[in-house]
Ligand binder design. Structure first.
Ligand SMILES: [Zn+2]
Length: 129
């Protein structure tokens, strides 16, 4: 069963598909398992053995991406090792959301009392009680 791609399932009408289980494609199978978190493909006559040219290219790109990301991570870890830990940014939030609203409430109270003073007390008290 070699007319479908093992990776994407699409039909392959030409001969550009590559058989994952041929010795010359051993690296391809290795990479396939690498980027699929070890799907551990096995040769089985009931399922396709080949992958299409498009999937082979995607696989190569994925392997390159993985290698680059791992290398970059390694570089960042080495850079970090040379830095003191107290330079690391903290995730602490600024404290006191409740105290902010308390301040606002106090401001409103003082605003009302100053209005009461201006109006002689009675008018504002009637509105608020
Ligand atoms: Zn494919």
């Amino acid at each position: 069963m070699n007319n479908q791609c093992r990776a994407c399932g699409s039909a392959m009408y030409n001969t550009k598909g590559r058989n994952l289980f041929q010795k010359k494609n051993a690296k391809l199978l290795l990479n396939f398992n690498l980027v699929t978190n070890n799907l551990a493909l096995k040769k089985d006559p009931r399922v396709p053995s080949c992958i299409c040219a498009s999937c082979a290219e995607s696989l190569n790109r994925a392997v390159i991406f993985r290698a680059r990301a791992l290398e970059t991570q390694e570089n960042f870890l080495q850079q970090r090792a040379g830095l003191p830990e107290n330079d690391l940014p903290t995730d602490d939030e600024t404290p006191g959301e409740t105290s902010n609203s308390e301040v606002k409430a106090q401001d409103a109270d003082s605003l009302i009392s100053s209005l009461e003073n201006e109006l002689g007390g009675k008018t504002v008290q009637k509105i608020h009680k």
